[in-house]
Design a protein around this ligand. Structure first.
Ligand code: HAS
Length: 566
């Protein structure tokens, strides 16, 4: 063996290590963010299991006293931890790595990134206190006139503000990169992640106004009462764009990373950029589709938001075709032939790929139920039934969560410098999540559609519960049991990796897909101004007049004495 052939790999390894050392802060921050996210998820999932069993008539809350006082306290903690904490912490952590590696530039203002993280942690602790003390059993939507302890509202505000500040750290880094790279097209992963963070800043204005102008002063006794319709409207201004904040990081990976993991190329990077810009435009002006049944919002506004909702499904349809074409390129590059033979050749032995592919497949069905929800007349049949949890467990519970698991299967080895503890267990985790979610969500969808079984309800104790519900309840409970095994496998793999994974000789690289279409990126796909103005204009058009009326007609109705429903 020549001296050169020994020294080349060594040189590559030491340069990879040196490059890793430049990102020490980013690694630490990502590690903390996703660590906290996973800790929150573990408790959130545990409470989900307890809820699922309650639906089958086994009320474990009787044994969980005094830690958890009621089904509804558990449901609130489940929703807040899974939907708000797991997602927000994981996303900021993932983006800290994705943006800086994609730009090949460490965060330019580290103090800002640290501040953002600090605010999120303080916010989380502040939110946790009233949740666990049973002072904020108001569900994750915290609709007034349910009133939580003021620390709940302030804590949530700090989590959101912390994520804004983390976003500013990303934007400043991008500005520094742009200064050094005039005329260079922004790398796709960085651009898509930055667009997601920009959308988040626009999207969270609604809930910021709701909390700071209404709920917080009201809970502190500074306002005499609250206006439920205005509160719900401001909540859903944020509430639906929030779902795209959960989805788009998965899309960053499906477009920018998974094709590489599949051994192929991204079908068209330019089309992918367009998809993210469309999400910036259309994610926010859609909130009234959550309020189709609310009196006080005129039908015309509901129709406009309904149309925009079909509009925002369009970039997901593009995604379905583009990502499938990218996967096909991978399957064919690996020797796949014929119409479907390429599917068999995909790297099904790679848990990171498999988990994310199953997330896509589940999302295809979640998308169908989403479009069903958006149709006004169909929505009247399914609104506030268990159909809706069926829908969102396929979306945030699968497209997002299972994709994040898949991302964790390369990110945790990258951060810890240790190989995945058990590939087999990780693969089993992906398969069990797929089947668990199929059973759970099918049961929930059918129960809502056929029997109108209500959501957010302690079904096991409901006097109107019918024996005809049992087969579907049992199907969903079977799903819960399989998901329990899946969750256990996930934490087994992650904790095992961190504590006992085999030390890696070289750092894991972030997967970055090349584009099949090598035509240059047109300037309008790498320019912010027009898209941001467009997004703000659509928000003003879709919300301005109605918010003006609602604020003008606002009636601060005092809480009836003694109203506390938990
Ligand atoms: Fe939704 C309610 C409409 C997407 C989450 N949604 C909810 C709630 C949540 C939620 C949490 O219009 C309940 C909120 C609450 O507590 O009240 N939703 C939609 C529509 C879409 C949609 C039209 N939702 C999401 C996503 C979520 C999410 C994403 C989280 C991440 N949703 C509604 C409506 C309601 C609602 C109403 C109110 C219901 C009510 O009455 O209360 C669309 O954006 C969906 C578009 C998606 C597609 C699917 C594209 C498929 C893809 C996969 C392709 C597969 C591949 C695999 C490539 C059109 C991209 C290939 C495989 C190989 C092996 C090769």
């Amino acid at each position: 063996m020549s001296v050169q052939s020994i020294s080349q790999p060594q040189a590559a390894a030491s340069s990879a290590k040196a490059s890793e050392a430049r990102f020490a802060l980013e690694n630490r921050l990502t590690g903390w963010q996703i660590g906290i996210a996973m800790a929150a998820l573990s408790l959130g999932i545990f409470l989900g299991i307890v809820q699922g069993l309650e639906h089958a008539g086994l009320n474990l809350y009787t044994y969980l006293q005094p830690a958890f006082k009621s089904y509804y306290q558990g449901l609130t903690i489940h929703g807040v931890l899974n939907a708000l904490v797991w997602t927000t912490f994981f996303i900021t952590g993932f983006f800290t790595t994705a943006i800086t590696r994609s730009l090949d530039m460490p965060i330019s203002k580290p103090w800002l990134a640290r501040l953002g993280f600090g605010l999120m942690v303080v916010g989380l602790l502040m939110t946790a206190y009233p949740l666990f003390a049973n002072l904020a059993t108001v569900l994750y939507t915290f609709y007034p006139p349910l009133q939580a302890h003021w620390t709940f509202y302030l804590g949530l505000t700090l989590i959101v503000v912390g994520s804004w500040v983390a976003g500013y750290a990303f934007f400043f880094t991008y500005a520094a990169w742009r200064k050094e790279n005039k005329g260079v097209t922004t790398p796709f992963i960085a651009q898509a992640s930055l667009i997601t963070m920009a959308m988040w800043q626009i999207a969270t204005l609604g809930v910021a106004v709701e909390i700071l102008a209404m709920l917080l002063p009201w809970s502190l006794g500074l306002l005499p009462g609250t206006d439920a319709l205005l509160g719900r409207t401001l909540f859903w201004y944020t509430g639906h764009s929030l779902v795209y904040f959960w989805l788009l990081p998965a899309y960053v990976s499906w477009y920018g990373m998974v094709p590489k993991q599949a051994g192929g190329k991204l079908f068209s990077e330019n089309l992918a950029r367009l998809v993210f810009w469309l999400f910036l435009l259309l994610s926010t002006p859609v909130g009234f589709h959550h309020q189709y049944t609310d009196p006080g919002i005129p039908q015309g506004w509901k129709m406009l938001h309904g149309l925009f909702t079909f509009g925002v499904a369009f970039p997901s349809l593009i995604t379905a075709f583009t990502v499938a074409a990218s996967l096909e390129s991978g399957g064919r590059a690996r020797g796949g032939k014929g119409w479907f033979g390429w599917i068999k050749k995909l790297p099904w032995d790679n848990p990171s790929f498999t988990a994310q592919n199953f997330a896509m497949i589940l999302f295809a069905f979640g998308g169908i139920s989403g479009v069903t929800n958006a149709s006004y007349s169909l929505n009247l049949a399914v609104h506030n039934t268990t159909w809706i949890p069926g829908h969102f467990h396929l979306t945030v519970g699968s497209a997002t969560t299972l994709s994040f698991f898949g991302i964790a299967y390369w990110l945790v080895p990258k951060l810890s410098g240790r190989g995945l503890f058990s590939r087999k267990a990780a693969l089993a985790q992906a398969w069990t999540w797929l089947f668990g979610m199929i059973f759970f969500s099918n049961g929930m969808h059918m129960l809502g559609l056929h029997f109108g079984a209500p959501r957010r309800t302690m079904l096991g104790a409901a006097p109107y519960r019918d024996a005809a519900w049992n087969p579907m309840l049992m199907e969903s409970v079977l799903g819960v049991l399989i998901l329990t095994v899946s969750a256990f496998l996930f934490f087994y793999v992650i904790i095992g990796t961190v504590l006992a994974g085999k030390k890696l000789k070289e750092p894991v690289e972030m997967p970055v897909a090349e584009s099949m279409d090598t035509s240059p990126t047109p300037a309008w796909l790498d320019t912010w101004r027009g898209w941001v103005y467009g997004a703000v204009a659509l928000v003003i058009l879709a919300y301005g007049p109605m918010l003006y009326v609602l604020f003008n007609e606002m009636q601060l109705i005092p809480l009836p004495p003694g109203l506390r429903v938990w």
